[in-house]
Design a protein around this ligand. Structure first.
Ligand SMILES: O=c1[nH]cnc2c1ncn2[C@@H]1O[C@H](CO)[C@@H](O)[C@H]1O
Ligand SMILES: [Zn+2]
Length: 334
C-alpha cells in the first residue's frame, strides 16, 4: 500500500516537538541564541527522544532546545508554516496542531502575538497547499496557573479563525483534573472545544475525570482506560475519541512495544480511536510512518484505515464544510 498517498488526518501534534532541526540552527543564528552545536546530526540527536527514555518526564526534556528559538513572532510563524508544509507534502489533509503559549514568553511576547504568529504561519501554508488546519492551546499542568485565563482570553479572539480547542499537557499526575475544573469551564464558556492529555502515563481514572469533570470530548492518548472499566465504559458510551500516538507511547513507556499497544483491541471493541504523530521531531516520525506501523503491525485493511479516517473526520474540531470535503477524499479512495 502507498501510505504516503493515502489522505490522512492528524489531530494530535505539538508544534514545539515538530521543528525541523535545520530550522533550529538557522533561527538560532538569526536570533543570536546559543545552541550546543551547528551540526544538523548533533542537533537532531539532541531533539529525538531515545528508545532508552525511562518515562514521559525524560521525553519532555527534549523541548527546551526548540523552545529556545520560538520566542519571536518570526520564529513561531516560520515553524508553524513549515510544519503545515511538511504535513501537506505527505497528504495530511486536515491538521490540528497544539502548543503551549505560556512557553513562548521568555522574550516578552504577549499571548496575542504568540497565538497570532502560529495562526499566521498556518494560514500561509493553507494558501499554498491542499491542507486545512486549526490550533489547540495547551496549558502546561506543571506551570503557574495565574495566567491560564489570559491564554484563554487571548485565544478566544481567534476562535473560528484558526483556534478551536483547549488542552492540558505536560507531566501527568494522578487526580490532576480536579485543579483545572474552573479553567476548563471558563474555556467552554468562551466557545472552546476540549481535549485533554490523560491516561498516557497516569492512571485510567484521569481519563474518567477528564471526561466527567473537564468536559473532554477527546482524550490525548488515553491508553490506560485499559484496566479501568469505568473509564473504558464512559469513553465508549460518550464516543470520546482517543488520540493515540503509537511511536510516542513506546518512547514514554506508556506501552512496552507496539505489539502490546491496545489500539487494535480498542478499535475492534468500538472505542473511537484516531492515529496521530504527537511530536514529529521528538518522536522521529510522520503520519505516513504512524499509519504504516499500525496497519502493518495489526494487519489492518484499507477498509479499516478509512473507518478510522472517518472517525477522525467526525471527531475533528473542523467546520462542517471542511468535514464534508474531508469525507470526499475517503469516497474517492474507497
Ligand atoms: O505526549 C505528551 N504528553 C504530555 N505533554 C506533552 C507531550 N508531548 C509534548 N508535551 C508537552 O506539551 C508542550 C506544548 O506543546 C510541550 O512543550 C511539552 O512539554
Ligand atoms: Zn501530546
Amino acid at each position: 500500500m502507498n501510505y504516503q498517498a493515502l489522505p490522512k488526518i492528524d489531530l494530535h501534534c505539538h508544534l514545539d516537538g515538530s521543528v525541523r532541526p535545520q530550522t533550529i540552527i538557522e533561527l538560532a543564528n538569526q536570533q543570536d541564541v546559543t545552541i550546543p552545536s551547528q551540526d544538523i546530526n548533533e542537533i537532531s540527536e539532541l531533539m529525538i527522544a531515545p528508545e532508552t527514555c525511562q518515562n514521559l518526564e525524560e521525553y519532555l526534556m527534549r523541548f527546551e532546545l526548540p523552545l529556545s528559538v520560538m520566542q519571536t513572532e518570526a520564529g513561531i510563524e516560520r515553524i508553524s508554516f513549515e510544519l503545515f508544509e511538511d504535513a501537506a507534502k505527505e497528504n495530511v489533509k486536515y491538521f490540528e496542531v497544539r502548543f503551549g503559549p505560556q512557553l513562548h514568553q521568555l522574550q516578552g511576547l504577549s499571548f496575542d502575538q504568540i497565538i497570532g504568529s502560529a495562526v499566521k504561519g498556518m494560514k500561509r501554508a493553507e494558501a499554498m497547499y491542499d491542507i486545512k488546519g486549526n490550533y489547540i492551546l495547551s496549558i502546561l499542568r506543571t506551570m503557574d496557573k495565574g495566567n491560564i485565563n489570559q491564554v484563554i482570553d487571548a485565544g478566544a479572539a481567534y476562535l473560528d479563525h484558526g483556534v478551536v480547542a483547549f488542552d492540558l499537557a505536560g507531566a501527568e499526575l494522578p487526580g490532576f483534573c480536579h485543579e483545572f475544573i474552573p479553567y476548563a469551564k471558563y474555556a467552554i464558556e468562551k466557545g472552546y472545544r476540549i481535549t485533554i492529555h490523560a491516561g498516557e502515563q497516569g492512571v485510567g481514572q484521569n481519563v474518567f475525570d477528564a471526561v466527567s469533570l473537564l468536559g473532554a470530548e477527546r482524550v490525548g492518548h488515553g491508553i490506560h482506560i485499559k484496566g479501568h472499566q469505568e473509564a473504558y465504559d464512559l469513553v465508549k458510551e460518550k464516543s470520546v475519541a482517543l488520540e493515540t500516538c503509537p511511536s510516542s507511547n513506546i518512547q514514554t513507556k506508556a506501552v512496552d512495544a507496539l505489539s502490546n499497544h491496545p489500539i487494535k483491541d480498542f478499535y475492534k471493541n468500538g472505542v473511537s480511536i484516531t492515529i496521530n504523530t504527537d511530536n514529529r521531531t521528538v518522536s522521529n516520525t510522520t503520519m505516513t510512518d504512524e499509519v504504516r506501523k499500525v496497519m502493518e503491525e495489526f494487519n489492518l485493511t484499507r477498509e479499516d484505515y478509512f473507518a478510522i479516517y472517518k472517525v477522525s473526520v467526525e471527531q475533528s474540531f473542523a467546520s462542517d464544510a471542511v468535514k464534508q470535503a474531508l469525507l470526499k477524499f475517503a469516497d474517492w479512495y474507497l
